[in-house]
Each structure stands twice: as C-alpha cells, then as structure tokens.
Design a protein around this ligand. Structure first.
Ligand code: LCS
Length: 388
C-alpha cells in the first residue's frame, strides 16, 4: 500500500463486534479476569491479555501498532507526552555512570531534560554537532549508551545526517534514536535509513489539531519489551481518548502534510524576497545548508519555517504582536499557523551562549505553517512586517 492509503487503512480492522469503522474507545481503567488463576497468568506473562490501562489498552495499542507500521518499526509504546517518550527511552538504555551523546540543536524541553535532569540521575550528557565526525568521535567513549538526534531540528531546521549517524553509532555498538516529530513518517522514515529507535511528540503533526498531548516510541520488538517493563512502573501512560484522537489525526496525515509543505515553501519564498527580512530558514530553499541532505533523506521539506529580521529581536516582537491570522503560541504541527520566539519561549532553557553555539539568533522567529490558504497567510505576514 502507498503511504496515503496506509494512514487510512493500515493495521486497522473494523471492530469485530459491530463492524464500526472508527475504532472503539476502550474507556476503562481495568479489565475483569475470568478467574484468579487467569489473573495470575496474565501477571506472569504466561497468557496475553489486558490487566490495567497503565500497562496496556486496546485503543492505545492500536495507535502504537499503527505508528510502528508507518515508521517501518516492529513495535511501539504510547506515552503521556513526547518528553515522557524521550525520558523513558533514555532511562531504559542508560544507567547511572553511563552517558548519552546528543546533537545540541533540539527542542528546549529535551535540552533541559538532558542538561538538568539526567545529570541528577548520574547520567552523563555530551551535546555536540552530530554532523561533525570529529565531534562525534571525541564525544563517544566506552560509557556511551545512546546517540540522540532530532531532524529537522527544533527550532533552526538544521538537518542531521541520519544514515551517517546510524553508521557511526553502530560502529560504536550504540543505538541511534531519532526524534522524527518535525518530519513525521510521511516525509522521513529514520529506521529505513538505519536508526534503531524513533520518538515522536504526537502532540504535533500526528495529532495535527492542537487538541492533545502525546508521545510515541517505536523500534525493535526486544527493545520495546524492555521499554514496556520500565514504562509500566514509571507510569507516563496516555489515555484511550487521546489515543483515539491521534488515530483520527493520522488518517489525514498525508493530505495535511502535503498542504503544510506547499504552504511552507510559498511562505519561505515570500519571506526570502521581503526587504525587512535578514535570513530565512527552510530546508526546501537552496540557500539552506541542509538542502541537499534534506532532499536525500526526506520526501518533502516540512511545514516549519524560521526567519531573522533586519531589525533583530525588537522587530520580531513587532511582527509577533501584529499578526492577526497567525496565532502567537508555542507547539507546532497544528492545522492553525503558529508563530513564536524560540530564544524567550521554546528554547529559553538554553543560555545565551548555548543559543549562539546552535545558531539560534536572539531575534529568530519560528513559524509552524498551518493548512490555511497560503495567500491569506502571506497577506497576514506582509501586513505584520509593514508595522516594523
Ligand atoms: N520533540 C520535539 C521535536 C518537540 O518539538 C517537542 C515539543 C517535544 C519533543 C516534546 O513533546 P511534548 O512533550 O510537548 O509532547 N515541542 C514544542 C515546541 O516547539 N513548542 O511547544 C512544544
């Protein structure tokens, strides 16, 4: 099946009881055992079945299987948020005294988790430029247990070479985990490029409508089993209702992403010619340093665009306060266009020095381009830019 058929039909069978084409929402905390011995067998994993929704739930399982399929992975687990997905992945793979190596351009919340929380658990963290082979070589040692990257990266849309990182990781006997939130499996499938684990903030394009928070991890069956053993005790599970909303969102993933991508390209081109703009960041522009790599590892360039204004941070504020159609808010991947200021919002966990190192300029503005008519979005940005 092609991907756009797969998102609609893949892995989902009509409800066996009544033939409902929309999956049932199993809104239950617990499940009745047939008898005491069966309950004991379920706990001992001698029999497959449902025990308690923190451990598993049919609606939530359906979503995990669906995303695993779309990502060419063997299995998956759903979490309460993208950050819960990343945290659980790390603590399953890395223990006190061991280390994680990560690219330094990542979502600000992930950055804070790595920089502030993991060291408290005795886990060492090295943040480097994962496209730099020398930096990778000097960061990895016998204590390293995981290489983590995000591509396209939040917020600068830096493109990291997935196949090269997978190759490097495997030569060093460590797994590569890729945060595929910005691309989604429609545009990029890291496991097909050699990655071992893929994480998502399902809050973004997978859900697609800005109405839920969710996280997903997919990978090999044996890793997912280990992850589940830990995750069920850590307890960052999601809800059947959220899983159902994400399942519904995924049905339109291909058509939404096509529109996000074509709108983003039009906006990037418009901004590139505007006299108040200093620089546009979009991997679909030939001027973007990751353009060639993005063409190789993605099928389209995504719905995120960034820009620096000639007037710097103050001019950026004027634009963000003057937009009427675009919404001044964090998050991304919604049908609505969102605009935000990474240095003071999503990436305020970075110090000025760390921002500079990753090329996140003080005035950098990030747009999550929605699925509205592109002419209306351009008109809105144009009137906001005229206020500068
Ligand atoms: N990974 C990426 C690439 C993200 O952009 C985010 C959130 C997360 C993980 C965490 O997912 P969550 O726990 O929120 O589901 N990014 C956000 C952003 O740029 N604005 O608000 C949230």
């Amino acid at each position: 099946m092609h991907f756009d058929t797969e998102v609609v039909h893949g892995g989902q069978h009509p409800d066996k009881l009544h033939g409902a084409i929309s999956p049932p929402i199993y809104q239950t905390s617990t499940y009745a055992f047939k008898d005491a011995d069966q309950g004991a067998r379920l706990f001992k994993k001698e029999e497959e079945g449902y025990i308690y929704t923190r451990l598993s739930n049919p609606t939530i399982d359906l979503l995990a299987q669906k995303v695993a399929r779309l990502e060419s992975a063997e299995a998956g687990i759903i979490f309460s948020s993208g950050l819960a997905a990343i945290f659980n992945t790390i603590v399953t793979l890395v223990k006190s005294g061991e280390e994680v190596v990560s690219d330094n351009t990542i979502y600000g919340g992930t950055f804070a988790l790595l920089k502030n929380i993991l060291p408290r658990l005795g886990i060492g963290v090295k943040l480097i430029n994962a496209n730099d082979a020398n930096a990778l070589n000097s960061a990895v040692n016998e204590k390293t247990r995981l290489l983590f990257i995000e591509t396209p990266a939040n917020p600068t849309l830096k493109i990291v070479d997935i196949a090269a990182c997978a190759d490097f990781a495997h030569k060093n006997n460590i797994p590569l985990c890729v945060d595929n939130t910005f691309a989604t499996p429609y545009l990029q499938r890291p496991i097909e490029l050699g990655a071992d684990i893929v994480v998502h903030s399902a809050t973004k394009y997978l859900g697609g409508h800005g109405d839920i928070i969710g996280g997903i991890v997919v990978g090999k069956k044996d890793f997912i089993e280990k992850l589940w053993d830990d995750a069920k005790e850590i307890g960052a599970c999601n809800t059947p209702m959220n899983a159902w909303l994400i399942l519904r969102g995924i049905k339109t993933l291909a058509v939404r992403m096509d529109k996000h991508c074509s709108n983003a390209m039009k906006i990037a081109e418009f901004l590139s010619t505007h006299n108040k703009i200093e620089k546009v960041y979009y991997p679909g522009l030939k001027s973007h340093p990751g353009y060639e790599l993005a063409r190789r590892q993605m099928s389209q360039f995504g719905g995120m665009v960034g820009f620096d204004l000639k007037g710097g941070k103050e001019a950026g504020k004027v634009v963000m306060n003057a937009v009427k159609l675009c919404i001044l808010a964090v998050s991304l991947g919604d049908v609505d266009t969102l605009i935000e200021h990474p240095a003071s919002m999503t990436h305020s966990t970075y110090s000025d020095e760390e921002l500079k190192k990753c090329g996140i300029n003080p005035g950098y503005v990030r747009l999550s381009v929605g699925i509205e008519n592109p002419e209306d979005l351009i008109e809105d940005l144009n009137q906001a830019l005229s206020k500068v």
